[in-house]
Design a protein around this ligand. Structure first.
Ligand SMILES: Cc1cc2nc3c(=O)[nH]c(=O)nc-3n(C[C@H](O)[C@H](O)[C@H](O)COP(=O)(O)O)c2cc1C
Length: 484
């Protein structure tokens, strides 16, 4: 993971905890409506992929245990991890790409509603992503993957040579020589792994994304409704297809790239089709970026523009993340795919405890406050969800009191202690297990290992506890025994 050069170490230190009475009167524990759905509290567990589904994308017992454990802490909302809308193999990531996934998802929604005693609303994040390949071994790349073109032959002055001879020659070149002979995309395919982009319009399936995606998203949303989810979150954030359409780097020459209006076209068309499918009384929102945090990417002004348009279109909530892009990700090892949370933009998405002068806590507050202000000033009431390094009641309550956001999301703090919102509500804030922001969880995610938290995954492992594949880590946080 990339770290700021200042390398200043921070420790999350909760301020004074409220009494139960103070907490009950806090804005954080007041209700709010997202469309037709009423949240009991303004507390939110954002999407987190835990690598618990089957390789075919089905809900498992471990998926149910994972979300039920969060539900015991009774947050206002839990958003189920990024769930694929395409019926293609994508490893142990949940899918909602066909009706055959509905029974498992139904079981999941019942389990969460039951574990929270009906207090938590369950949303599901719908994602589309393009193809990405692992970083190849150089010899395989030159022998097999690379398509030899006349340009390569010309660059090597080997116009009349056989393809095999060109491949051999390329494989013998130094990095500096390859920089001259191969195109940027070929170099990327060699050094990082091939990655499709929404701008690859010479490929029919990419050119046709605007025809395909509204239908896929709307069918997935209908399945979510059928599986008794309380709403859907369209994933327009980070490194994935819809965020790539919104990105300032999207220079498609058709009506889906270039100007901000064009970049927004597909996200709005997807929303319209989803809305049409699920009806006005079903909660639909999206997650997008307050800033891409990459050179030449979309910035806060773009985010304000998008936020206004999403609100005007009728979205029921807007959840703001930041960063998390492929463009500045670290080079992966051979055999691994690039991971969008390893560069500077990844740091902005999940800031760790080693930081710069600003520190890892609340880096998204100021930009989100500006987005919300613009939305409110335009006369919309669309609730705005904020995340990013939030772990403490005072911090959360002040954000709400100032009107910087309407709902507080906490991913890693909720993973560290799924009961934390509830403990504070009951006046037991001193019992909260506070996240150390070491990004142990994110490191596991990066290796596609079952995500756990280092603060609890070695505690009380007995025969009744579900353990990770290597048998070393418990998969859900220990129960909270309410201490008097
Ligand atoms: C293990 C892990 C998995 C994540 N998976 C997703 C995901 O599926 N979709 C998403 O939008 N964000 C995902 N995130 C990002 C979080 O939702 C959140 O935006 C980020 O961790 C910053 O919030 P925090 O500081 O409260 O942790 C993930 C984060 C972690 C740690």
């Amino acid at each position: 993971m990339w770290k700021p050069t200042e390398r200043i170490k921070y420790k999350a230190q909760p301020a004074l905890n409220p009494t139960a009475e103070e907490a009950q009167n806090a804005l954080l524990y007041s209700s709010i409506k997202l469309g037709n759905v009423e949240l009991k509290h303004r507390t939110w567990v954002p999407a987190m992929v835990p690598w618990r589904s089957t390789d075919e994308g089905y809900v498992t017992k471990d998926v149910i245990e994972w979300y039920s454990r969060f539900a015991e802490g009774r947050p206002g909302v839990i958003v189920v991890e990024a769930t694929g809308i395409r019926d293609i193999a994508s490893g142990p990531l949940l899918r909602i790409s066909d009706d055959r996934f509905i029974p498992g998802l139904k079981e999941l929604s019942s389990a969460v509603h039951e574990a929270s005693q009906g207090e938590t609303r369950l949303f599901i994040q719908l994602i589309d992503f393009l193809s990405i390949r692992r970083r190849p071994q150089a010899d395989k790349f030159f022998n097999r993957f690379l398509q030899i073109t006349d340009q390569h032959k010309a660059n090597l002055s080997m116009e009349d040579a056989e393809e095999e001879a060109v491949r051999l020659r390329l494989a013998s070149l130094s990095d500096e020589e390859l920089d001259i002979v191969l195109s940027q995309r070929e170099l990327e395919a060699l050094r990082v792994g091939y990655r499709e982009r929404v701008t690859d319009v010479d490929q029919e399936h990419i050119q046709n994304l605007p025809e395909l995606l509204p239908d896929l998203f709307s069918k997935a949303a209908l399945r979510a409704k059928e599986a008794n989810f309380d709403g859907v979150e369209l994933h327009y954030a980070h490194a994935y297809t819809m965020a790539s359409f919104l990105s300032k780097k999207n220079d498609r020459k058709d009506s889906y790239g270039g100007s901000p209006e064009n970049r927004l076209r597909l996200p709005l068309e997807v929303y319209e089709k989803v809305r049409h499918a699920v009806g006005n009384d079903y909660t639909v929102g999206c997650r997008f970026l307050s800033d891409e945090c990459i050179e030449g990417g979309s910035d806060l002004d773009d985010a304000i523009f998008y936020g206004l348009k999403f609100a005007a279109a009728g979205m029921d909530f807007l959840s703001l993340s930041r960063g998390g892009k492929f463009e500045d990700a670290k080079q992966p090892q051979v055999g691994w795919a690039t991971y969008p949370y390893t560069g500077k933009s990844g740091y902005e998405c999940m800031p760790g405890y080693i930081s710069d002068d600003f520190g890892p806590f609340g880096r998204n507050v100021a930009p989100v406050a500006k987005i919300r202000k613009a939305i409110q000033e335009a006369g919309h009431k669309t609730p705005v969800v904020l995340v990013g390094g939030i772990y403490d009641f005072q911090q959360a309550e002040q954000i709400l009191q100032r009107g910087d956001a309407d709902i507080i999301g906490a991913a890693r703090q909720s993973l560290a202690d799924p009961d934390w919102f509830r403990k504070i509500l009951l006046g037991k804030g001193n019992q909260v297990r506070t996240c150390e922001f070491t990004n142990y969880c994110e490191g596991l995610d990066q290796k596609h290992k079952q995500v756990t938290c280092q603060l609890w995954d070695r505690i009380d492992r007995d025969k009744t506890t579900s353990l990770s594949h290597d048998g070393k880590r418990r998969l859900v946080a220990p129960d909270w025994q309410i201490e008097k």
